[in-house]
Each structure stands twice: as structure tokens, then as C-alpha cells.
Write a protein that binds this ligand. Structure first.
Ligand code: FE2
Ligand code: FE2
Length: 207
């Protein structure tokens, strides 16, 4: 981490000292790989959000949601679900039980509140829907969804290109990513997440 994002982290310590102060706690809770990915997502989310708005509050929300979006990724998902009382009755997507990949975003909203004192509903929703999307996504939801996909530490070679395209038309790139995701799920023979379907339909027809 220190090497990959050294310059950016120095700048973030100056701009967001209280957010950077939480990093040791997050580092202890994540694998090295997921920690680097979270730093990459935070930096990318800030960059994207600053492109779309000059609202400092919203940019700060993107930084916080970016760094915390995977805060529950390395927990025992089954134990954490029991601890926080998560079951199919209180999850709207409909296929969380079949898709453990989605669980960490739901658990993440509890961890963000309890361990990182996040009360802002927009930040919590961006964490909640970073894996699936949802109908009528906010700019913050979109930025976190795409920063998660395109942050440079993932090592995809088209990351720079995709980020540039996102800045030009975020909805087109988001639609592409949702459709890519839907195709992969179908290829794997897994049930589709309804929030992802709703996110795509909303971008297509506005409902
Ligand atoms: Fe995630
Ligand atoms: Fe992630």
C-alpha cells in the first residue's frame, strides 16, 4: 500500500486527517489485498466525485464510502449475519442467501455504524448497494459502484480508460457494468439479484 499509493495517501492525510486516522483499524480487519483495494477505491471515488461536483460534503462522503465499502469483506459472513440479525426477510434484493458475495455489503452497513460511527444514510446506502446497484441510484451510489470496479489496484489494464469514460458519461458505463455483471451471473447459472435488475431497468426506462 505504502508504495502503490504513497503520494495520494500523503495528500489524503492532509485533506482528510480524521478519515486517515481510521485506517489502522481497517487494515487490521482486512487482508492486505482487500486493504489495498479499499485505499484504491477511496482515491478513485474522490477523483470521480470531484469530477462531477464541487460540493465538498459530497466529495467527503465518497471518500468515506470508498474506504469503508468492503469493511466487512473479511469477516466470517455467517457469524456476522447471525450477530446482526440479517436474513432474507430484511434484505430487499431477494437472492442474498444464494449469493454470499452480496452479504458483505449488508453486514458492512452495520460495521460502518458500530465500528466507524457512520450515521449518514447516503454513505450507508452506498455501502449497502455497492455490489448490486439499485433502482434510481444516487450519484454517490454510482461513484462507489464504479470506483470499486475500476480502482487501479485491481490491476485491470483498462482501468484508466474506464475511468476516463466514466467521467464522460457515468450512466452509460454504469449500465455496461450492470449488464456485464448480469451476464456473468447467468453464465454461472446463479439467480439474478433483483436490485441489479432494477438498477439496469431504471437506467433504461427510468423506472
Ligand atoms: Fe465489495
Ligand atoms: Fe470492493
Amino acid at each position: 500500500v505504502r508504495r502503490l499509493f504513497k503520494k495520494e495517501l500523503k495528500e489524503f492525510s492532509r485533506k482528510y486527517p480524521e478519515i486517515v486516522a481510521c485506517l489502522p483499524r481497517l487494515e487490521a480487519a482486512l487482508s492486505a489485498e482487500k486493504y489495498v483495494h479499499s485505499i484504491g477505491t477511496m482515491i478513485t471515488a474522490e477523483d470521480l466525485m470531484a469530477h462531477f461536483t464541487s460540493d465538498e460534503t459530497l466529495i467527503r462522503k465518497a471518500v468515506i464510502a470508498g474506504i469503508l465499502h468492503d469493511c466487512a469483506k473479511c469477516m466470517n459472513q455467517r457469524e456476522a449475519s447471525v450477530e446482526y440479525g440479517i436474513n432474507s426477510a430484511n434484505t430487499s434484493g431477494g437472492s442474498e442467501e444464494a449469493s454470499p458475495a452480496v452479504l458483505h455489503s449488508i453486514i458492512g452497513t452495520f460495521v460502518a455504524q458500530q465500528q466507524y460511527c457512520i450515521v449518514d444514510i447516503e454513505i450507508l446506502n452506498a455501502i449497502r448497494y455497492h455490489t448490486t446497484g439499485r433502482a434510481n441510484m444516487t450519484l454517490l451510489d454510482k461513484v462507489i459502484y464504479l470506483a470499486d470496479s475500476f480502482e487501479p489496484a485491481r490491476g485491470y489494464e483498462d482501468s484508466v480508460l474506464n475511468l476516463a469514460r466514466t467521467k464522460r458519461d457515468i450512466d452509460i458505463v454504469l449500465l455496461e457494468q450492470l449488464e456485464l455483471n448480469i451476464k456473468l451471473v447467468i453464465q454461472k447459472g446463479m439467480p439474478l439479484n433483483l436490485d441489479t435488475v432494477r438498477a439496469r431497468n431504471f437506467l433504461l426506462v427510468g423506472e
